[in-house]
Design a protein around this ligand. Structure first.
Ligand code: SF4
Ligand code: SF4
Length: 399
């Protein structure tokens, strides 16, 4: 990647690369500012990428209100003008606008769309389920920018040629009123499917199976099974590009601070440190354990991690020392709790033995890393940690 030279002055939304590569996402300037030197950046979830330091022209994170603008008629006119044969050109526009997502609720969006150029896609699914009621990111997206969300789905539905368009909402907490109204003008083929949102129903493997009956292996992209799976924030970013020609400079996030029982939903610039968001919200970062994507998944957020295309929900709990694990009492609760019928105790044993075959025999390939096994284990055994250790070791061909 060839970044702009240090000292370059850029305006909000301008690409930060001197030359964009088709296979990479294009970072854009979140606000007006000056490009600095290249640095490794750790995204929420722990993935390390190369980035640049960026000095905003106006210091401090610029938080935006969540609000939709404009009317449906103008949006419908724009959609009618879309040339549906120009999918490749739209994909380049999406990439250059910095639109990307790679998180639990929206597996690698750019890769899915690239796949869709060469594979038949028959189903478009917008995941509007929240992992926890106290992290209401999808609910906020539905209420705050239904027009953009519906327009983004209308655009993707037309470009991919998908026959079936679905928006999946929580049947116990249906937030679909505004999106139903916007979709009647902008995505009339969209059907709303209320689902029982028992954790971890929002996992891509479980969602694709619920809607299409197809068995998607964990870690595979839905597009390999004829499905584009997107979430509300990503669909809204595409809608905003269509309607306002806006790049994705900000992302919506939801933060739940358990000690104060306060939920915050806000839109923050890409690339800002999670700890800066906490400081803005007045939550003392140093005295909290912070997890991305909900408490059960155990994706601990480090001091240096920044908000990017990854997880957009943050859960913070008071810091407390980890309890030392006890021996396995063979209660079988972990097996009962597992939604994909793995044998987590066997997986932990496989991790201790570093035995890939043993791991596969205990269902490793079906594990969606939901963390339910660890949550129910009375001995507090680090089951999910062992599973991740196995997956990393097998991917690196170490065992
Ligand atoms: S994390 Fe545990 S409960 Fe969840 S799918 Fe994997 S083995 Fe099953
Ligand atoms: S829940 Fe914990 S103690 Fe019970 S069988 Fe599974 S690993 Fe062992």
């Amino acid at each position: 990647m060839e970044w702009l030279a240090p000292g370059s002055v850029v305006s909000q939304g301008a690409p930060l690369l001197a030359k964009s590569l088709e296979s990479h996402r294009t970072p854009v300037a979140p606000v007006d500012g000056i490009v600095g030197e290249q640095v490794p950046v750790r995204l929420i979830g722990g993935r390390e990428v190369l980035g640049v330091r960026f000095t905003p022209a106006h210091p401090g994170p610029t938080v935006r209100p969540n609000a939709s603008r404009g009317d449906h008629r103008e949006a419908a006119r724009r959609l009618d003008e879309v040339d549906t044969s120009a999918f490749g050109e739209w994909l380049t526009r999406i990439q250059l606008a910095g639109i990307a997502a790679d998180r639990w609720t929206c597996p690698d969006l750019l890769k899915q769309l690239r796949d869709a150029l060469t594979r038949p896609i028959d189903t478009l699914v917008c995941n509007l389920l929240d992992s926890d009621p106290w992290l209401p990111l999808s609910r906020t997206a539905c209420q705050s920018y239904p027009r953009e969300l519906a327009a983004g789905l209308g655009l993707l539905g037309r470009l991919t040629g998908a026959k079936d368009w679905w928006a999946l909402v929580d049947q116990a907490d249906d937030c679909s009123g505004p999106i139903r109204e916007a979709a009647s003008d902008l995505a009339s083929a969209l059907r709303i499917a209320p689902l029982e949102n028992d954790y971890p129903q929002l996992d891509p493997t479980l969602l694709v199976h619920s809607i299409t009956g197809r068995r998607l292996r964990p870690g595979r992209l839905p597009s390999t099974h004829g499905v584009i799976l997107i979430d509300g924030p990503a669909a809204a970013a595409i809608g905003r590009l269509l309607l306002d020609d806006s790049p994705m400079t900000h992302v919506p996030i939801a933060v739940y601070d358990q000690p104060t029982d306060v939920i915050s939903c806000l839109s923050v610039p890409l690339g800002v440190h999670a700890r800066a968001v906490f400081s803005l919200l007045g939550i003392p970062w140093a005295s909290r354990d912070v997890f991305a994507g909900g408490p059960l998944r155990q994706l601990r957020v480090g001091d240096d991690e920044v908000i990017g295309p990854g997880e957009l929900t943050l859960f913070s709990a008071p810091q407390h020392p980890a309890m030392p694990p006890e021996p396995c009492v063979r209660c079988g609760w972990c097996v009962e709790a597992c939604p994909t019928r793995c044998r987590p105790a066997g997986l932990l044993e496989a991790a201790q033995r570093r035995d890939a075959e043993w791991a596969r025999g205990n269902g490793l390939d079906a594990c969606i890393e939901c963390g339910l096994c660890t949550f129910v284990c009375p001995s507090k055994l680090p089951l999910l940690e062992g599973i991740r250790f196995l997956k990393r070791g097998i991917a690196a061909e170490e065992f």
